[in-house]
Write a protein that binds this ligand. Sequence first.
Ligand SMILES: [Cu+2]
Length: 349
Amino acid sequence: MRYSIVNALAFATTVAAHCQVTEIQVNGKSQGTGLNKYIRSPPNNSPVKSLTTPNLVCGVNGAKAAPSFVAAAAGDTVTFEWMHDKKGDDIIDGSHKGPIITYIAPYTEDNGAGAIWSKIDEEGLTGGKWAVDNLIAAKGKKDVKLPADLKAGKYLVRQEIIALHEADAAPTESGRGAQFYPSCAQFEVTGTGSAVPDQKFDIQSYSGTDPGIKFNIYNSPTSYKVPGPAIWSAAASGGGAGGAAPAAPAAPAAPSSPAGGSAAPKPTSAAGGGAATSAPAASPTTLLTSTKAAGGASPTAPATGGGAAGGSGAAMYAQCGGNGFSGATSCAEGTCKKQNDYYSQCVPN
Ligand SMILES: [Cu+2]
């Protein structure tokens, strides 16, 4: 009997780990798949982990202009749809809790580096729910309102997820730390407005010591400061106002958290250490079998995991396996638990 419960839990949490934006909707209307079409899509859905690479701005293909543009009007609601790889996939692993932030910049063919961005939306932690929790509840959709007074023209709109499940350490290129999932979509906006994005924020000014980037999600936090500037005035006030405050409706108070739901406000099973959720460790199917092809051929990251814990193996809450993963597949602390094919994580025994 116990095993059937455990298996049910395992299924419930089986969603892909990483993700990317696959489609945009304008006022609810699909614009068709955006992959490499109007989105500067990365070659895969892996996160950017270094704060010093310009890939942080628009991803690995950020400097490669996409062939088309989304047509929208100032004041329209645009929806970014996040999926593992393509529409209809799973969304993102429930462990990847963190904020979703949206910026806009005048269109540029280059990689978007430099002080050109203005923030038009942010969602962090509200009522115990992370933006990513709400994203999953909304089936991958995150709505943002284009400023009503936005001047007509071409723009890059950059939405990012910052996954904080390893962010109790500062970001590093090959080890632990926050994971950034930036997505830049190309827009051609119509309207009679006059607001030109002028916050002049440089995405690469994100700091590894920013309290929104180095942050421990496992302490049942009640507040969180989203990184970057305040919302750009044209997005915060101007007629539209859509951005900040009303953003919450995405979460229809879905009572069943992906983690298994017992204790709603607790971020993950780890915090509570409840009996039910720690049980699966006993089930062989949920343990990483350590055969990951990744193991051998990683010239870049030899035994990364050791870092924080000092021992050998990945640190608590660090990734310890998954397709394409090349770090340590054993845990210095806890047990390596397979969440799905793409992501295994060290969790308390
Ligand atoms: Cu991931």
